[in-house]
Design a binder for this molecule. Sequence first.
Ligand code: SF4
Length: 226
Amino acid sequence: MRDVSNGMNDFYRRLLKDGYKSEDVQPALRQVERIVRMEQVKREIYSCTDCPLCTDGKGKVPGTGNTGTPFMIVGEGPGEDEEAWGLPLVGISGSLLTLILEKAGIKREKIYMTNVVKCRATDEKGKNRAPVHEEVATCGKYLQMELAIVKPAVVLALGKIALQFFFPDMKTMSGHRGNVYEYDGIKVIPTWHPAYVVRQHGESLEKAKREVWADLKKAIQCAKTD
Ligand code: SF4
């Protein structure tokens, strides 16, 4: 496959020769380069057989959204609906998240959403389960690639698996949720996974919703001020 950077350098030189200004050309080419690189990552994911989840899951679920955003949301892994539709965070919990984002004035297509693990993890009864350490360690390379392409200012990390991808020593969400941490120059704010929120009832549900709302607002603020 043709090297993206070499291709972009060729386009850059040709556009300058045609009289375009460098300051106009560079942002456009960076945008195209991000899109091409992300497409290459998606292709790698679609053909990946690197861990046993490949045989469990029918479909691969790469990230989706705006590759030029300062704001990325990282979940755990695809559930049944995500696997069926091939998109991250589109089931009940993804719909709740989209609702919360809308209330905060954010269109989901303006940001980038992805998961730590790209194939669905299931138990012996076919129910969703959390990916185990080896699966996260094997699949994490794709999230690293996505982070390197998007270079977000802020990541909202949904749930314990996402938190531990960034900070393996943080064993539980409580005590870390809502704090702003630093990972490779990216601000990472852990919050409850919406799948956890939808399992709550009564006052626990209200509390979880309030906390996710506060964490989201904090993440938006960080993305704006970076
Ligand atoms: S979970 Fe990740 S590493 Fe495992 S097969 Fe799927 S894409 Fe490959």
